[in-house]
Design a protein around this ligand. Structure first.
Ligand code: 1PR
Length: 555
């Protein structure tokens, strides 16, 4: 391990910084946490990975007495790197938190993305077009672009950004286009380097950027830099995501294994005992999928409804170990709700989620509890109560960190008039030839159906602050027969947040079909990857051939 003295991270405890620590350590550096204002002035290099809302980030800086030393540090010319909200705080303010003053090092205000032409948050992989280059080799040897490359894409997750305009020209290192908006995706001037995207979550391409910051001198002489007009080179290169999902549970011997059901039944049918199907070890499989090009990994702890003490320690350990080798976003689902320890101690869902974020999760996925929250929401005539898991977690960690996992089941009807629920015309006709169905929400891993439909659930959850929908379909799960296109299309049209299609993928063409016909942002599969029937790379090759933009494997 290269010991670089004086590398510090400014953390105020608002989310997943473990991934950044792991990324830095993987690159051979040791990083220390800032514990008090004096540490900031001691630092030789400083990284500020902001998470959560702009206002709470600034409030933490103020209350901890970090603002003054931070300004002093930056003015001293020592290398500074801000990530995501850490970048936003160097501006003057943000529409997210009106009236809250930013550090004001860079002129301009962070603005909300327009939802007119695209889902918000901007969550996924997009390019960063670098607009600065060196006139000649810089004497310091620092690459002006910090290894941001034209043909790579990087992981973004945010609802607010700084729109590009010419007053920002001297600060803008790269711009990114999302829909019709061009925003500043990284800034660089003298010793300041910030990215709106997450290098620690951007695979090998992101690690290169971190390495460039860590190993470089961190200072670029501005007299040596030329800037191009971003509007001439921008185009939207937002990609569709391919997600590998690992259903995890303890087998009958008590070991955590990756399992996979057929329509949610995970027990072997050909053994007398009906053992839990074992498809591998969670940490190893996640690493394999990362290396094979998965854009995201989702873990679902599928038996979490059988009360287990906080925080199902083995699952936390799985996350911690996974985040040491996997540098793409990690989602964890199963058991995100208020839990009661065997000794009666209550842990609110917010605390449970916090444990997962600190262990390396970027998002939590809520299943059963989202159904109960929706029931409560509907019963109160559509008024959010403010105290559900969705709301409390979204408030503290941001909407982008809250995924709703939906486990619907088809209920066939002859005609839409036969049910008060929202129906869809389905090619999967019912036992009596019914051509319509409504999608019933279930809880407890599909064991119990409730009287609400998927449309009710997703629209209510969006209002309560969820940032993404993970849309399963119990009837398709494990069938390899393709996604339920009608269901997915219906949900895609009902909400503005990103939707992940799930259940039923059996071959490459199914991914092409689901993206083309529904417009979803991501498609998830489990069985075909676990059984090595279809490699992730061939899914992406097929998608690319069909004109769907996807991230390549960058190493
Ligand atoms: O209710 O918040 O504790 O969450 C429980 C979570 O566990 C939910 O996200 C629920 O979807 C999941 N879950 C519970 N039981 C099962 C089961 O299979 N018995 N897994 C289960 C559902 C998830 C799917 C699967 C796709 C793709 N499986 O995401 O990975 O259908 O499969 P395929 O590509 O092989 O067709 P809570």
């Amino acid at each position: 391990r290269t010991k670089m003295g004086g590398l510090y991270m400014l953390d105020y405890g608002a989310g997943n910084v473990r991934s950044l620590i792991n990324a830095v350590e993987k690159l051979g550096y040791h990083i220390e946490m800032v514990n008090d204002p004096a540490d900031i002035l001691k630092a030789e290099k400083l990284i500020f990975p902001g998470v959560g809302a702009f206002g709470s980030a600034m409030e933490s800086l103020v209350s901890k007495g970090y603002v003054e030393p931070l300004n002093q540090y930056i003015a001293s010319g020592k290398p500074f790197m801000g990530i995501c909200v850490g970048m936003q705080t160097v501006f003057e303010g943000s529409e997210e938190s009106p009236g809250v003053q930013g550090l004001g090092i860079v002129p301009g205000t962070v603005k909300f993305f327009s939802k007119q032409d695209k889902p918000v948050p901007h969550m996924g992989w997009n390019a960063a077009s670098v607009v600065k280059e060196l006139k000649s080799e810089d004497a310091s040897g620092q690459a002006v672009n910090y290894s941001i490359e034209a043909d790579s894409v990087y992981y973004f997750v945010h609802s607010y950004a700084v729109p590009y305009d010419d007053s920002l020209r001297e600060w803008t290192l790269s711009t990114t286009q999302y829909g019709s908006e061009i925003f500043v995706s990284s800034i660089q001037k003298d010793n300041v380097f910030c990215t709106q995207f997450h290098p620690e979550k951007s695979g090998f391409a992101g690690l290169k950027i971190l390495r460039s910051f860590l190993s470089g001198t961190g200072f670029v002489d501005q007299r040596n830099v030329i800037t191009r007009d971003p509007r001439l080179i921008s185009r939207d290169r937002f990609t569709k995501r391919v997600i590998a999902c690992l259903d995890v549970r303890a087998n009958d011997q008590g070991d955590l294994v990756v399992t996979k059901g057929d329509q949610y039944d995970v027990r072997e049918k050909n053994t007398e005992a009906g053992d839990v199907r074992n498809l591998g070890k969670p940490v190893d499989l996640a690493r394999r999928y990362f290396e094979e090009g998965a854009d995201e990994i989702t873990f679902l702890n599928i038996t979490s409804f059988r009360n287990c003490p906080l925080a199902d320690i083995p699952m936390l350990e799985v996350l911690r170990r996974t985040s040491e080798t996997v540098f793409v976003p990690l989602t964890i689902g199963g058991g995100i709700r208020d839990v009661v320890d065997p000794d009666g101690k209550i842990h609110p869902a917010l605390e449970v989620a916090g444990e997962y974020f600190r262990s390396g999760a970027d998002k939590v996925s809520i299943g059963s509890d989202a159904v109960y929250a929706t029931e409560k929401y509907l019963a109160s005539g559509g008024r959010p109560s403010g105290d559900t898991a969705i709301e409390t977690i979204a408030r503290a960690y941001g909407s982008q960190a809250v995924v709703i996992s939906v486990d619907p089941k088809r209920i066939h009807v002859r005609s839409p008039e036969d049910t008060p629920h929202h129906t869809v015309k389905t090619p999967f006709v019912g036992p009596k030839g019914e051509q319509y169905c409504w999608y019933q929400c279930t809880v407890k891993g599909g064991r119990e159906g409730r009287d609400i439909d998927v449309r009710q659930l997703v629209t209510a959850c969006e209002k309560m602050g969820a940032g993404e929908i993970l849309l399963n379909c119990m009837d398709q799960d494990g069938t390899n027969a393709g996604y339920d296109i009608a269901l997915i299309k219906d949900v895609r049209e009902a909400v503005r947040i990103p939707v992940v299609a799930s259940s039923g993928a059996g071959r490459e063409q199914h991914f092409v079909e689901v993206f083309r016909e529904t417009g979803v942002e991501a498609a998830l599969a489990a069985g075909i990857f676990h059984r090595k029937e279809v490699p992730i790379e061939s899914v992406k090759t097929e998608l690319r051939k069909s004109g769907v933009s996807v991230r390549g494997i960058d190493e």
